[in-house]
Write a protein that binds this ligand. Structure first.
Ligand code: AMP
Ligand code: MG
Length: 269
């Protein structure tokens, strides 16, 4: 899975990652995902029980890229107690009155928690840069600010994994078309997505800058080929399981002798 990690020091090029890449057999890979789901469920229980580490998963993608799909398929089976999704939409007037990390920091995971960011502070150097929602001299400082913010979270015990779900323009066309044609999916279609689609090259440039400047040792980016949903889910689940395994979590040991304890019978006096 190392191949999908953006090297902190390299000159990363997005065009070197093929969005439609996928290795392995589809049915077999789906089976493997089921095993990873089970392991993730166990690791998340340990995370919650141990109450020591904090885990932050950041999902970024173009519209239809599959953020919602990853949340449904990768985290299937985890205990909703201890897992939380925080979605970031266009900021409210109150949020805009604060610095851009204000709303984000509030949603960062606490001890024992796994939090999934569905979009994130990266929108403040993506949509904000593409549409020049603030002047360049303001947003261009944000890469370093974000690195510092994430380093602080990491030093305070947060494990951070960032995923860019990479689809291509053709795949987005098909997915938007499907949303239009399928009455059960029309609720997901937002005519404004077509305006963003026209800005695809600008977005890719903005993503490339993000990936080059903010993939760090303490908060790495993974670029996940995401045209094939089964491959995307498998890659994200594999990286997460591997990362969580690395925390060497343990269920807390009892601070009493269980064999010395007898539970009273049901016929209490
Ligand atoms: P969706 O995730 O499709 O429901 O859309 C959420 C929308 O909110 C997207 O168009 C994002 O670009 C937008 N958004 C999220 N964060 C920001 C931000 N910081 N500034 C401006 N727009 C944002
Ligand atoms: Mg959308």
């Amino acid at each position: 899975m190392k191949e999908f990690r953006v090297n902190a020091k390299g000159a990363f090029k997005l065009k070197d990652v093929k969005a439609d890449y996928g290795s392995g057999d589809k049915a077999e890979t789906k089976e493997k995902l089921l095993a990873l789901n089970k392991e993730l469920e166990m690791l998340q229980e340990q995370l919650y029980a141990e109450h020591k580490h904090k885990v932050l998963v950041i999902l970024q993608a173009m519209d239809t890229g599959g953020k919602d799909g990853v949340i449904r398929h990768v985290f299937e089976g985890v205990n909703p107690q201890g897992v939380r999704v925080a979605g970031f939409k266009a900021p409210t007037p109150l949020e805009l009155d604060h610095d851009y990390l204000w709303r984000v920091h509030q949603q960062a995971p606490a001890k024992g928690e796994l939090v999934i960011f569905n979009r994130s502070h990266y929108e403040d150097v993506l949509v904000v840069a593409v549409h020049q929602l603030v002047p360049e001299k303001v947003w261009c400082k944000r890469y370093d600010q974000i690195n510092d913010f994430e380093r602080m979270l990491a030093e305070e015990g947060t494990t951070i994994c960032k995923f860019f779900l990479h689809i291509d323009l053709d795949e987005q066309k098909q997915r938007l078309q499907e949303r239009l044609e399928n009455p059960d999916k029309q609720w997901k279609f937002n005519p404004d997505d077509l305006k963003e689609r026209k800005l695809w090259p600008e977005y890719m440039k903005a993503y490339e800058a993000v990936l080059r400047r903010t993939s760090t040792d303490w908060a790495p980016w993974y670029v996940v080929p995401s045209n094939k949903k089964w491959f995307r889910n498998y890659v994200v689940a594999s990286i997460l399981v591997k990362t969580l395994r690395g925390l060497n979590m343990k269920y807390p040991k009892a601070d009493f002798d269980p064999s010395a304890i007898q539970i009273d019978g049901t016929a209490l006096p």
